[in-house]
Design a protein around this ligand. Sequence first.
Ligand SMILES: *Cc1c(COP(=O)(O)O)cnc(C)c1O
Length: 389
Amino acid sequence: MSNQHFETGAVRNQMQRSAFSEHSAPVYLTSSYVFDDAEDMRASFSEEKERNIYSRFTNPNTSEFAEKVVIMEGAEAGHAFATGMSAVFSSLAALLNSGDHIISARSIFGSTHGLFTKYFPKWNISHSYFNVNEADRIEDLIKPETKVIFAETPTNPGVDILDLEWLGEVARKHDLLLIIDNCFATPYLQNPIDYGADLVIHSATKLIDGQGRVLGGVTVGKADLIREIYLFSRNTGPALSPFNAWILSKSLETLAVRLDRHCENALKVAAFLEKEEQAEQVKYPFLKSHPQYAIARKQMKQGGNIISFEIKGGIEAGRKFIDRIQMCSRTANLGDSRTIVTHPPSTTHGRLSEEERLEAGINPGLIRISVGLEHVEDIIKDLKQALRS
Ligand SMILES: *Cc1c(COP(=O)(O)O)cnc(C)c1O
């Protein structure tokens, strides 16, 4: 199966058929599974047999979803979670010990930042941040207790690009785990394992679901690491609902076709914004003006669906722009079939101090657009009237 094209695997890889010979994989809403006899039970609990025991551990739908992402990312193994954040938290908590140190890009998802700054210090796990434009100096941050390099690329909400090949080299050279949150790129546009990532994490809530319906997460990568993460999760309970897993598995079937259109629309919207007087510093990975355009071209198949820009006039202009939007959605999600506009400084990153925001490259007029699947002319029309009025 491994030499199949991405699209074919996405559609054709599914769980084993049941005795009912169904064509499309069914939902297995069951909390537990039955055993033939005492010996079957003993062998299953001792893991001599690979089988489902209890849906906090595994379930046919959650396993199918994780396995599909494993194949798409070129990983050895994977485990699915209730949310992207439970994937981030459980993966790090399973692998890190008190005293360990994380090196991370400063531009990371707000709740991951919360984890690093508010909760991990409680367990004596520390971190050092680097700015995306100083990634070449990350080796200076390595300490004897450093265990992990963590990064997102493209970053949220700044849409900066980190060089995965370089991060992979540093991780290998210093024997560190490289963990990449690949949420913005999806397994279709970028495969960090090709560049030496040990683990790849996704919030499946975003482009993998793609229609703003369910929450989910997944971690894939090296089998021995996934085993530790699985055992941690089996005990602590961040299990993905089988129903959500079923939705997400079906969504993966259309990931490539949806992403092709998302990216085509996004490139056109970005090109439009670049010419608008009110929009400055338009950032989209596949625009030639993007500061890391060459790296984006090297490691991504297409530019993704997220664009950032700065509206002239700062925080008030940003809020006014959001108020004037007519068709696009004002909501916190991203990676939806519906185009979404947000003003991160007053919303998702509003809890950061002004200084923290500026350090993370979040200027007062920053607008983030998650370009959807409406006709691109209608998306541009709405943005145009909100910018120009
Ligand atoms: C949304 C998001 C998460 C968290 O995912 P949830 O499913 O909302 O818990 C993590 N990382 C990135 C980059 C995200 O965009």
